[in-house]
Design a protein. Structure first.
Lengths: 350, 611
């Protein structure tokens, strides 16, 4: 009788990394659905394309690195990176812009650092920031104008052909500046009321965008409910944004109001799906609060005074830089100790 | 209603307790052989105090502790001592240890017991001795000798005595069934412990998933001051530190003991054993052990004689050997796998899980850590398991220690929740072991260095002392010479008797003869020096004496160096030997020169006196 020799614990929880990632994908689907309903087929096509490129890039580099390909592809993390990029890129972003973003994310930001778990930066946001800087035209002029899928949006085939084009820009008729972009550039010369007349804002806060953000918020709450993410990063990020907006942006004739900050950009996607990437975010509760708040503050600063209309990617990357520092100074207080052991091991007072 | 606090983290694993609670505790009976390890708990092993072949009675002490931290071992039944030998014992490493093997004779004949009806009439020390003599060590976890635990440091007053009946680990129901069936005995044991410690508060803590046990305890505790605290089911509420936090809101200081904050925890099984030891005079020779898992057809709790082989126990529970995949001693969270069921039940064995492959499947292959933080969320000690993991794996042990590695209670939660199925606890155990080895080696190295330095210092001191003695001798010799000289001069001035002068002349003659006999090789030098001496009308005796003492000192130095060199087997021995010989000659020559000079002086003196 050969008895299995294992170290304790003998019982294991069933949830694997692969399942965690699958839940992230599922929780993002309402957001994708809202994007499709209000902005046409672009995001869906981007998501499929980005996931395909992500898996191919991951497989290729794993093979080059002589790692078990199937074992790592099964963890679904490459798929999540592809998904996040597909959800964030402009609807009519040309295929090659998406591909560059995804390949940069998987190859440079993830695998060159050692693969899953070893990347200091959020891979999807590295890819996003790279194409945002490299192809500014493609990344700012290709946002679909809001319009219901079955009404004004271009058909599936038309969308596909636009994405498959080699040009940086597509037909003007289908695109429109994003609400954040519009507000930022118009408010210097117009009143808030005049700015809000632009069709991109619609009846509510920002046409279509409000539903997309609400859907990502709902998906994010599901993730919190399933204990796949904790509330700390989303809440502190939103809180950082809210506090900054209330402190500086109370005059709508000068700066975009809070409602637009919360519901018109990539805020909810960023707060619940991007900033919460465990690998590149802070680890303790306190650290997560600082990390999230930092992102919220940076998002506001860059959106308001920076050159870019939205800022989730840059904010997340900047806070990724700060993660090791935050982690060293925010360990929890261990049971039986008077205070936490802050600082870098070996260099501080025990 | 007792006020309760919560501890951070924790999990709710599948309980699987119902498997073994269907039937009451049954006696496992007497197996063919009993194997009693001499060490069944932390502390020091006992020493066998019976001879092979000797017949022993049930309850008779068969191994005793001579000193240190340990408890005696008793014969669980009457029979013959078959051997004292190395046998496989229950241990994570699968090692063998010294065991007494007892072949029961089936008569189950008790030794004379001396029950104490009213323990309050005894001294506290006498009661503690009874507990120690009964061989009681903690029956919940590591098995700390109970009599030592019940004697906390003098400056630590135990205000709260906690009986731990939480039994938070899945599968195990030994305490649950004991509480259901032996609540009165638990209360009896608690009375003794409370009398010993005089706490202000006595609490029996039970998780709320054991309603029958709670009811039984409440009934038994009616009319007493004992609180029955029903605590929420959450692993590891039965961990000593967590239970103390739940019941008192206080934390045991890191590196400290519960008594530091006025708390003591005892297992309910230990309370039963203490009660039996005092009221019945019975030593600890049996315990309740759960036999469970899907590979046994008849799971349940057994009253098992200590030393009963686990395969005997599994047979009682009707084990299906083909279904058995993993055999765990203890719970599924903290227990360890056995390589063989041919190891005995010991005082700390609370559960045997005969698991099928489907029940406790082999872990999935380890994936990279994605820093999800599930481990940190669930850690009841509020550690940072993922950081500890990186540092442990990278061998950066100082950093792991900085992050309080040694506060880890190895409850297994981090590994349980890890989505990447990383065996985190195993990494921590390895790191702790590595650090302990390093510390031991450091200690050894430090001691070796200290010893070496002490030796060097001693050698140096001895050398200096030798040198000192030599100098003193040389000085004394010089002084003696000077004195002699002075006396001689004095005598001369006073007119010494002729016979003394004649004697001295004879000495000089003798020295001359010696010189001629011993050192023909230095004849040339001698003659030269003699010539010199002779050419000088009045040789300087003082200078010659000085020369001699110097030469003697040098010779002594050389000789001692040579001795040292010989002792150390140095390679300059030959050289030194030559030097010593040379110096020997030099001393001789100096002596001769001196003697000559004296003779000459005397001769001149004689002449002058004669004239």
């Amino acid at each position: 009788m050969a008895l299995a020799q294992q170290s304790s614990p003998h019982a294991r929880n069933a949830r694997s990394t692969s399942q965690v990632m699958l839940w992230v994908i599922l929780a993002a689907l309402p957001g994708l659905l809202a994007q499709t309903l209000f902005f046409g087929w672009g995001n869906l096509i981007n998501v499929v394309w980005c996931i395909a490129v992500a898996l191919a890039a991951e497989a290729a580099i794993l093979k080059i690195r002589k790692r078990p390909v199937a074992f790592f592809l099964k963890d679904n993390t490459a798929a999540v990176t592809g998904l996040l990029l597909g959800l964030s890129l402009p609807q009519f972003a040309p295929w090659w812009v998406s591909a560059v973003a995804v390949i940069a994310a998987i190859v440079m930001a993830k695998q060159l650092y050692g693969g899953l778990g070893s990347n200091p930066f959020n891979p999807a946001m590295v890819g996003y920031a790279l194409v945002l800087i490299s192809f500014p035209v493609a990344m700012t002029t290709n946002w679909a104008q809001p319009g219901l899928l079955w009404e004004t949006a271009p058909g599936f085939g038309e969308t596909l052909s636009m994405i498959a084009s080699s040009q940086q820009t597509v037909v003007d008729a289908y695109t429109m500046a994003t609400p954040l972009d519009e507000y930022k550039h118009k408010i210097a010369t117009h009143t808030a009321a005049e700015v809000l007349e632009h069709p991109t804002f619609g009846e509510g806060v920002a046409r279509g965008w409000e539903w997309v953000n609400a859907a990502f918020l709902a998906g994010g709450l599901v993730l919190i409910g399933l204990r796949i993410i904790t509330w700390h990063i989303p809440v502190s990020m939103l809180a950082g944004l809210v506090v900054m907006s209330l402190a500086f942006g109370s005059n709508a004739d000068q700066y975009a109001p809070l409602s637009i900050h919360l519901l018109a950009g990539g805020t909810m996607l960023g707060a619940f799906f991007i900033a919460t990437d465990p690998v590149s975010s802070a680890s303790s509760h306190q650290g997560k609060l600082i990390y999230g708040a930092g992102i919220g503050v940076l998002v506001y600063l860059i959106r308001t005074w920076g050159a870019y209309p939205d800022a989730v990617a840059f904010s997340v990357l900047l806070m990724n830089f700060a993660v090791p520092f935050i982690d060293h100074y925010t360990p929890p207080r261990t049971y039986g100790h008077h205070k936490p052991r802050r600082g870098i091991p070996g260099k501080s007072q025990g | 209603m007792t006020q309760l606090w919560d501890f951070s983290g924790g999990i709710h694993p599948a309980e699987n307790k119902h498997i073994s609670t269907a039937r009451p505790i049954t006696r496992a009976g007497i197996p063919e052989l009993l194997v009693l390890p001499l060490q069944q708990h932390i502390g020091d092993p006992a020493e066998a105090c019976v001879e092979v072949g000797e017949r022993v009675l049930k309850g008779q002490k068969i191994a005793d502790v001579t000193g240190g931290m340990g408890v005696p071992v008793h014969a669980p039944t009457s029979g013959t001592i078959e051997s004292v030998s190395l046998q496989p014992v229950p241990h994570p490493s699968g090692m063998s240890d010294w065991c007494i093997t007892l072949r029961p004779d089936g008569k189950d004949e008790w030794t004379t017991l001396s029950p104490v009806a009213n323990f309050r009439e005894l001294e506290r020390e006498a009661v503690l001795d009874l507990i120690r003599e009964a061989g009681i060590s903690g029956m919940g976890g590591a098995g700390f000798p109970t009599s030592i635990k019940l004697r906390p440091p003098k400056d630590r007053k135990v205000n709260t005595l906690i009986l731990n009946g939480a039994e938070c680990e899945p599968y195990i129901t030994a305490d649950d069934m004991s509480m259901r069936e032996k609540a009165d005995e638990i209360l009896a044991g608690l009375r003794i412990m409370a009398w010993l410690l005089r706490p202000e508060r006595c609490v029996i803590a039970v998780e709320d998933n054991k309603p029958e046990a709670i009811a039984a305890l409440r009934k038994a505790a009616e009319g007493t001051q004992t609180e029955i605290a029903v605590i929420p089911t959450k692993y590891p509420s039965g961990g000593e530190k967590q239970l103390i936090q739940i019941l008192t809101g206080m934390e045991v200081p890191s590196g400290g003991i519960p008594a530091d904050i006025g708390v003591m925890c005892q297992n309910v099984g230990t309370a039963i054993a203490v009660g039996r030891a005092v009221f019945n005079g019975e030593p600890l020779i049996s315990r309740v052990t759960t036999v469970t898992g899907q590979a046994v057809a008849d799971p349940g709790n057994f009253e098992v004689l200590i030393g009963t082989p686990i395969d005997y126990l599994l047979a009682q529970a009707r084990l299906d050997e083909n279904a058995l995949h993993r055999l765990v001693l203890g719970g599924p969270m903290m227990g360890y796998t056995l390589e063989t069921p041919a190891v005995p039940v010991v005082k700390t064995s609370n559960c045997v899980i005969a698991a099928t492959a489907a029940e406790l499947p082999d872990p999935a292959p380890e994936q990279p850590c994605i820093r999800c933080g599930a481990c940190a969320e669930a850690c009841p000690m509020e550690l940072l398991p993922q950081q500890l993991f990186w540092y442990s794996r990278a061998g950066e042990l100082d950093k792991a220690e900085h992050l309080n590695l040694f506060d880890c209670i190895e409850c297994g939660i981090c590994s349980y929740v890890c989505p990447s199925s990383i065996p985190l606890v195993q990494y921590y155990r390895a790191a702790k072991g590595e650090i302990r080895v390093q510390q031991a080696e450091q200690l050894k190295a430090d001691r070796a260095r200290e010893r070496f330095e002490a030796r060097q210092a001693r050698l140096e001191r001895e050398k200096q002392e030798k040198e000192q003695r030599r100098k003193e001798r040389a000085k004394a010799a010089a002084e003696a010479q000077a004195k002699k000289q002075a006396e001689a001069e004095k005598a001369e001035s006073q007119g010494q008797p002729a016979d003394e002068r004649a004697a001295r002349a004879a000495q000089v003659q003798e020295a001359l003869a010696r010189k001629k006999a011993k050192a023909p090789q230095s004849a040339e030098a001698d003659s030269k020096s003699r010539d010199e001496t002779e050419s000088q009308p009045a040789p300087d005796i003082e200078a010659l004496e000085k020369q001699l003492s110097q030469a003697t000192a040098k010779l002594n130095t050389m000789q001692s160096m040579l001795d040292d060199a010989k002792a150390e087997n140095a390679d300059n021995v030959e050289k030194l030997e030559r030097a010593v010989t040379k110096n020997h000659d030099r001393v001789k020559r100096a002596e001769e020169a001196l003697a000559e000079a004296r003779r000459y002086a005397e001769a001149t003196e004689a002449q002058t006196t004669d004239t």
